[in-house]
Design a binder for this molecule. Structure first.
Ligand SMILES: [Zn+2]
Length: 257
């Protein structure tokens, strides 16, 4: 396959995805899921191309090392074949005031947004330094964990369709058609918040001179209960719709038996 592009050094989306997938969504040197794309055969300086057989996904640090010549072409070809079963990392977006937007339902200083079968699927805790963090328990329909996050530290299986945690992009995307998981988490700072979101923030009592973070959850998760998060609503088990709820200082939000 020989794919060329006049649009610059960033490869097309499908090529980026194929390159991440072949290394199990983790840097083949260190395992980091925060991946960039290295052109090595031929190097970008020799010819501008997006031919995947001459490219490899690496984290920023090992991309720099590869640019500096640390790896031979044969070593890089070998690294392209080294898959992994899991990837893990940490979300570094932390603020003392965080609004969690779960399908247009907003939680501030709360314990959990969604609990089913006794399992907190989406919950919130202060870490040791007093910052708000996100925790997730997302299972497949057989109740095997697929994505687990504890106070912003996350781990997920690698045999999925898509894991995207690009450096410098305030998003984490995890998708698997077979597991019916489509998880999109976006981190939005005060400067990027809309007028309505700023109004929501002051309505929740967050002082206007304080940093505030909006964490937006969208997509679909299958278990312990099925939940779909759109811009307008959270639909649980395809029959319960929740929209526009504001939860402040409460222990648990939605609890499904
Ligand atoms: Zn690395």
């Amino acid at each position: 396959m020989n794919v060329t592009s006049s649009t610059g050094r960033t490869p097309p989306r499908q090529i980026r995805l194929a390159l991440r997938k072949e290394v199990g969504f983790g840097c083949p040197v260190c395992g980091s899921p925060h991946l960039e794309y290295h052109h090595f055969d031929p190097p970008w300086a020799e010819r501008h191309h997006h031919a995947p057989e001459g490219m490899i996904a690496l984290c920023a640090r090992h991309h720099d090392e590869a640019d500096g010549g640390a790896f031979t072409k044969n070593q890089l070809r070998g690294l392209k074949r080294s898959g992994r079963t899991h990837v893990q990392s940490k979300v570094n977006w932390r603020r003392r005031h965080t609004i969690f937007d779960c399908g247009g339902n907003y939680a501030y200083q709360c314990g959990a947004m969604l609990t089913a079968r006794g399992i907190d699927m989406i919950y919130f805790e202060k870490d040791d330094e007093g910052y708000d963090t996100l925790s997730l328990n997302i299972y497949d329909v057989c109740l095997n964990p697929v994505v687990v996050m504890r106070q912003n530290d996350w781990i997920t299986r690698s045999d999925l369709d898509e894991i995207e945690a690009a450096p410098r992009t305030p998003k984490l995307i995890i998708r698997s058609k077979i597991h019916r998981i489509d998880l999109r988490i976006e981190f939005i700072d005060r400067e990027k918040m809309s007028a309505a979101e700023l109004e929501l923030s002051s309505g929740m009592g967050i002082p206007e001179d304080e940093n505030v973070l909006l964490v937006r959850l969208r997509g679909e998760i299958p278990a312990p209960c099925h939940a779909r998060f759109t811009d307008r609503e959270l639909v649980v088990n395809e029959r319960m719709n929740f929209t526009g709820n504001r939860m402040i200082n409460c222990g648990k939000g939605i609890v499904i038996g």
